[in-house]
Design a protein around this ligand. Structure first.
Ligand SMILES: *Cc1c(COP(=O)(O)O)cnc(C)c1O
Length: 817
């Protein structure tokens, strides 16, 4: 890693560059330019530098001759790049000054950038943190994703209901940080048929696609923290070429291709807005194959151009699959090696099975991908043949390991039998990968115990754990400059690249002066959020109140409705129990619901309606406010997280694979209230039981309760506070004149069977909140705990996650530039 000072920054030259782009690229004069034009011109001027470094990194022979990781993900939730890149380039202060001299305020200009929201939530954000950490530590990396025209929808509320609008994230002028790489474009086929051709008497299979599209790559620069290394995040855009191949088609293909044309130009139009839920739509499979095929070809192009042999692919390349979404890359590489590069099956399998590694992100059955065999057959006929052959050979192995055990074969088969035969993508991944990992210790154990126990017997070293992490550059240094300065003042400025150093802060946890400074920073961050809420939502907030935060996708398993029950219980007590007292509290939510997820949208509506009533009830006054911030996205998280006192991580035990929001908030000094789920378990291990509030059933308790026949009515009828809180949803308390309008949530928790056990965990949840409330009234004790949270979560840097991948899975070396 090179020190910052090696970047020679010429202020006058930079200012001239900005002015040049303002006029030559964006056709504005300094007099007519608005903040948006200045932001674009500044972005372009900065991107000139990162593009040069990108090219130099790409052409560095040491990198060509080193092993690289290719990170394949359908989602990269990168957030705004400008501010973060300035931090990585070590130019934040210089650019602030340079722009000020041009009459521009940098903070305002940064607000002009629209988030590239090319992902749904945690999975996409993880991919972005991983790219940052690979670049920071200079492990050779190429990220491969899709260049969606529309990212995740924009969310607004209309009378409390979620409304979705398209997110044209590039704006009319285009995104200043991206650069087109037409020289690396690829042609990708779909549909068609497979022909047998004979070469020297040997049968060869040849796929003749019925239509082709073009994959056009756009590179976004991933700038290494304080280094000259810039890796590409290569995003493929689908463009239509000739309507279809005229070279060879039969009538069936012709009509197929004509029909498909309607979709072909649309393949990368829009990001599917489902989080942890797969729907099996044709266009989604087309996106997946388009992404995999373009990426695999680009990897082979780089490999060939570096002069390496095919057999050496595993020596120079590893391909990490972020969930099963890019699984089709496995049969695609097999197809190319066998059909186009003339390798034998055995040679091709030897390569493939040592190249791919797979990260599992979920145990939720509705999120485990299966694709109908007939759809794959139609869309990718040659790939279906290859999947059959992989399965055939794999089942032979199963039979020799467990002779006569038909049940084992049925369970492990890549093809799920039934009326509609389905391809199980996770099984294909485990069979085709040299390593499979879960994303937190608990999750990885459940992957072994519940999801893939037989695979674990068959391949005892394949299943591993890599606990997730977050980049401390974006999630502390950039988003919380106040706390960052305080930390640097105490322990120096090396912590953003060595987060374990934060433990040196622990010695100040009882230092009264430090506590004061720490809490003053928190207060200022709360004020910044309160100002945002006042300005954008017209709600006035008391910054002495507990800022209680739940920000994540809206999902039943994440249990925003359990949080709602707690709010209802506080409201009920404030209204009905004169002896009840509590510290003032603001409960924040931010969450998007998948547009087709009806109950999730009802939960949003219910919270909004409850908020409206509570926030305007003079008898409640400052005691309780509920704020549902619209359009949750990375740039919003950057404002909310530094202001959080309480971090809500309350999923049903066993359902949240890891979580990363939990890590971001603990790092910024929020105390977690959470279940023994995902990475909460490891956060507790790090910060100590005294500094976290754990409640609720654990995994075995959840299993036992479900097995014994869980009846939510038992809890409802036995717990007076619970019943009174829930019954508030029955009348028209929150929807005047419309009684019963909030019944959907109520019904899901009772007649609906409460599948995520909100009622079973309610009493324990309320008790944990009461303990936190009591602690908050002792501000010194609270400061002590908050400081220890910041100090003791260094483990959750994504730099550590990436080192785990590098040491235990990828086995590659850093190349320092
Ligand atoms: C971190 C992050 C997430 C993931 O949050 P979880 O609480 O782990 O589900 C989702 N969306 C955004 C914008 C994030 O920054």
């Amino acid at each position: 890693m090179k020190p910052t000072e090696q970047k020679k920054f010429d202020k006058a030259l930079f200012q001239a560059d900005v002015k040049k782009h303002l006029s030559a690229t964006y056709a504005k004069t300094e007099e007519t330019a608005d903040a948006h034009a200045w932001y674009l011109a500044m972005g372009k001027a900065l991107a000139e530098h990162t593009t040069l470094d990108l090219l130099q990194t790409e052409n560095d022979d040491r990198i060509k001759n080193a092993k690289s990781v290719n990170y394949l993900s359908l989602e990269f939730l990168i957030g705004r790049l400008t501010g973060n890149n300035l931090i990585s380039m070590g130019l934040y202060e210089q650019i602030t000054e340079a722009m000020a001299e041009l009459g521009q305020n940098l903070t305002d200009l940064l607000e002009e950038e629209r988030d590239p929201s090319l992902g749904n939530g945690g999975l996409g954000r993880l991919a972005a943190c991983f790219m940052d950490s690979c670049a920071a530590q200079e492990f050779p990396t190429v990220g491969y994703g899709l260049h969606y025209e529309y990212g995740l929808f924009k969310q607004s509320f209309e009378n409390g209901h979620q409304k979705e609008a398209p997110d044209a994230w590039r704006g009319v002028e285009g995104y200043p940080w991206e650069v087109a790489r037409p020289e690396f474009a690829q042609e990708i086929g779909f549909y068609g048929h497979v022909e047998a051709v004979y070469e020297n008497g040997v049968e060869k299979r040849k796929w003749v696609p019925g239509m082709f599209v073009k994959g056009m790559p756009w590179d976004l620069p991933i700038v290494g923290y304080e280094s000259n290394t810039v890796y590409p995040l290569r995003l493929w855009e689908c463009q239509a070429i000739a309507p279809f191949s005229l070279e060879s088609f039969n009538n069936g293909d012709y009509f197929e291709a004509q029909h498909a044309l309607i979709d072909s130009g649309n393949i990368t139009k829009v990001l599917y807005p489902n989080d942890n839920h797969e729907k099996g739509k044709t266009l989604r499979l087309m996106q997946q194959y388009f992404h995999s095929a373009a990426s695999v070809r680009d990897i082979l192009r780089r490999h060939d151009e570096a002069g390496h042999k095919l057999a050496d692919i595993p020596k120079y390349e590893t391909i990490q699959l972020n969930d099963t979404h890019p699984t089709i890359a496995i049969p695609e590489l097999m197809r190319i090696l066998i059909d186009e590069r003339d390798l034998s099956w055995e040679e091709a399998w030897e390569i493939c099975s040592h190249t791919f590694a797979y990260t599992n992100h979920t145990l939720l059955p509705e999120a485990l991908e299966t694709w109908s065999e007939s759809l794959i057959q139609r869309l990718l006929p040659r790939h279906m043949e290859i999947i059959y052959e992989i399965n055939h050979r794999f089942l032979k192995e199963v039979r020799s390991r467990w002779p006569g055990d038909v049940e084992k074969q049925r369970k492990l088969s890549i093809i799920e039998d039934g009326f509609h035969r389905m391809v199980r993508m996770a099984n294909l991944c485990v069979v085709g990968s040299y390593a499979v990992n879960g994303v937190a210790a608990l999750h990885s154990e459940l992957v072994k115990r519940d999801l893939f126990p037989e695979f674990n017997e068959l391949y005892p070293t394949r299943l591993q754990n890599v606990t997730n992490g977050v980049t401390p550059r974006r999630w502390l240094k950039f988003c919380n400059p106040g706390l960052s300065a305080l930390i640097t003042d105490k322990i120096g400025d090396q912590w953003p690249a060595h987060l374990e150093q934060l433990s040196d802060i622990a010695q100040y946890a009882d230092n009264k002066a430090f506590q004061k400074q720490y809490m003053a920073v928190k207060k200022a961050n709360k004020q910044r959020l309160a100002d945002w809420v006042q300005e954008n939502m017209g709600i006035e907030l008391n910054t002495d109140a507990i800022f209680d935060v739940q920000i994540k996708r809206l999902h039943e398993y994440k249990r925003q409705h359990l949080n709602l029950l707690h709010i209802l219980s506080m409201y009920h007590r404030l209204k009905n129990d004169p002896t009840f007292d509590m510290a003032p509290r603001v409960v924040f939510f931010a969450a998007k619901a998948a547009p087709g997820y009806h109950l999730a949208k009802e939960i949003i509506y219910t919270i909004n309606k409850v908020a409206e009533k509570i926030n305007n009830d003079p008898s409640i006054a400052d005691k309780l406010k509920v704020v549902f911030i619209p359009d949750y996205r990375v740039s919003m998280a950057e404002i909310i997280i530094p202001a959080a006192d309480v971090s809500e991580q309350i999923s049903t035990a066993g359902k949240e694979a890891s979580g990363t929001g939990n890590m971001k908030m603990a790092l910024n000094g929020a105390l977690t209230i959470g279940t023994m789920d995902g990475a909460n378990v490891e956060i507790r291990e790090e910060v100590g039981d005294e500094n976290i509030y754990i409640f609720g059933l654990e995994v075995d308790g959840v299993e036992k309760l479900k097995a014994s026949g869980y009846n939510p009515f038992d809890y409802y009828n036995a717990d007076h506070l619970l019943k009174s809180s829930m019954d508030l949803l029955l009348g028209d308390e929150f929807t005047p004149g419309e009684p019963g309008r909030l019944r959907a949530v109520y019904d899901s928790l009772l007649d609906g069977g409460d599948p995520y056990l909100c009622l079973a965990d309610f009493a324990s949840y309320v008790e944990a909140h009461e303990a936190m409330d009591k602690q908050y009234r002792d501000q010194e004790g609270w400061a002590h705990k908050a400081i220890l949270n910041t100090a003791l979560v260094g483990k959750f840097s994504s730099d550590r996650s990436i080192r785990d991948y590098v040491n235990n899975i990828w086995k590659l070396e850093a190349v320092h530039r």
